[in-house]
Design a protein. Structure first.
Lengths: 306, 183
């Protein structure tokens, strides 16, 4: 973590880390393909790698392209208009002006847990949603911070970033699944064609088995960096770290959890609904909320910035 | 072979020039749009004022000097045209409105009236929008001025007829640092 607490530095640090993590994902895919090549030879590999990537692409692309509609169904959110919540729309319009983004669609989720999320394939198709509870318990400044965080996800194209991460992780999982199955069921007949030594074969096997776990870890790490980036971008929009910090404190103090229908959309909420279920920090999609609060508090101590 | 290399090099050079030129023009247009956004929000605020003054008058008729200050500041802001004038009038009106709302604090009946409450919400959101629009404008001016002053874009500023623009500075520099005005 960079020592600087200026939002511009935080933004570039988090962006840099995302690129690094995405590059690591690419490297991991290449490693798995290479392992397949060592183990099964060129014939099998040139068929199976494109197939796995293809399946992952088709699966993820559909959900990325239709993310706004898909997430509406998965979370039970209802799109609302200005008449339903004029004050919320006022606040969103403020952040829209601050960010220079187009006005997103707005939705409400009937839920007793305070939370919010953003989705959509690009800023023109963005959708931000709030639970009924978050609108009840947060004051103007706090809600403005939450909106700025969600609009930051839109500005930073986080639906795209997570789609890329999901595709790669998916491809690696499928690939590794195929390959390990083939090993048990008499595959690898052409392995003698290559001059591979036994050590390489063992290493390849290890890569194929461990790669999916590594991919999930990388995917979670990317998600965490995007959350930190969204916090920093939110401060760029509102120049008011205190608003978002207070909002996160409210979220941290509240122990209710969104009754969501699917874990598949857990990563999109501002506060992770899977808190407490996580095996470890490494697998969690959000940085610890205390850490996010501390970062924002450090930004506040810098005073008003321009 | 050499021909292809030379043509390729020329093509790259042209693409580079076009990219720099377009970047400058784009930045310049964004600044224009950002300024238009400030004016839109200032207009909205000006439109709210007659209604607000009437409402406050109904409860606090003798605070005439405060009303006069707001009305004259509003008149100045609607007639301002250049960036400097608009910014100065904007700052003056912001201060006058603060005075008006401070007066309102002293009248509990006024503060409780639904009309005033809805006006207050409108006014605070508009005030926030004005300051976010200023902030967005100044951020874009900063990017433009940086592009005009730094290599390589600086070489093409003359060609694109783009030059450094003035920041939007309200009278009181402290105002700029407080995007969230609470009434």
């Amino acid at each position: 973590m960079a020592e600087s607490t200026n939002f511009r530095d935080l933004q570039s640090a988090n962006k840099g880390k995302t690129y690094f993590l995405l590059a690591s994902m690419g490297l991991l895919t290449w490693l798995v393909a290479y392992a397949a090549l060592t183990y099964f030879g060129a014939g099998t590999t040139s068929f199976i790698v494109p197939l796995a990537v293809g399946i992952a692409l088709v699966g993820v692309w559909g959900s990325y392209y239709g993310s706004d509609k898909l997430v509406l169904t998965m979370t039970g959110a209802k799109v609302i208009t200005r008449e339903d919540a004029p004050e919320l729309f006022n606040l969103i319009e403020e952040v829209v002006i601050a960010s220079g983004l187009p006005m997103p669609q707005v939705a409400i989720v009937e839920d007793t847990a305070p939370n919010a999320f953003a989705t959509g394939r690009d800023p023109e198709h963005a959708l931000i949603a709030f639970t009924t509870r978050i609108l009840e318990i947060m004051d103007r400044d706090e809600l403005q911070g939450v909106i700025a965080h969600e609009m930051s996800h839109v500005a930073n194209r986080d639906t795209l970033v997570s789609a890329v991460a999901a595709t790669t992780a998916g491809a690696i999982a499928i690939l590794s699944d195929f390959l390990t199955r083939m090993m048990w069921f008499g595959g690898g007949r052409d392995r003698r064609d290559g001059n591979s030594n036994p050590i390489m074969l063992v290493v390849s096997l290890a890569i194929m088995i461990l790669a999916p776990i590594a991919a999930v870890l990388l995917k979670s790490a990317i998600s965490r960096k995007r959350e930190s980036l969204a916090d920093a971008t939110a401060v760029q929009f509102t120049r008011n770290p205190a608003g978002l910090r207070k909002a996160l404190e409210v979220l941290a103090a509240d122990s209710t959890v969104v009754h969501q229908k699917s874990n598949a959309v857990a990563h999109i909420w501002i506060e992770s609904p899977l808190d407490g279920q996580s095996v470890s920090k490494l697998f969690s999609t959000h940085p610890p909320i205390e850490e996010r609060i501390a970062t924002l508090r450090a930004m506040e101590s810098l005073g008003p910035s321009q | 072979m050499e021909i292809i290399l030379i043509l390729g090099a020329i093509a790259l050079l042209v693409l580079f020039v076009v990219a720099q030129y377009n970047r400058l023009v784009r930045l310049n247009i964004t600044v224009d749009e950002a300024f238009a956004q400030i004016e839109v929000q200032l207009k909205r605020r000006a439109d709210l004022i007659p209604n607000l003054v009437e409402t406050v008058k109904g409860y606090a008729a003798h605070e005439q000097s405060t009303f006069d200050a707001v009305v004259s500041a509003r008149a100045k802001s609607t007639s301002a045209s250049s960036l400097g004038e608009v910014a100065a009038a904007d700052g003056a009106l912001t201060n006058a409105l603060r005075g008006l709302l401070a007066v309102a604090e002293a009248y509990p009946d006024l503060k409780a009236s639904t009309n005033f409450l809805s006006l207050q919400e409108e006014l605070s959101t508009t005030e926030n929008k004005v300051s976010f629009a200023r902030q967005f404008y100044n951020d874009n001016v900063r990017s433009l001025n940086q592009a005009v002053a730094t290599i390589p874009t600086s070489f093409f500023a003359g060609l694109a007829k783009v030059s450094a623009r003035a920041f939007y500075e309200v009278e009181n520099p402290a105002d700029r640092n407080v995007p969230n005005v609470k009434f």
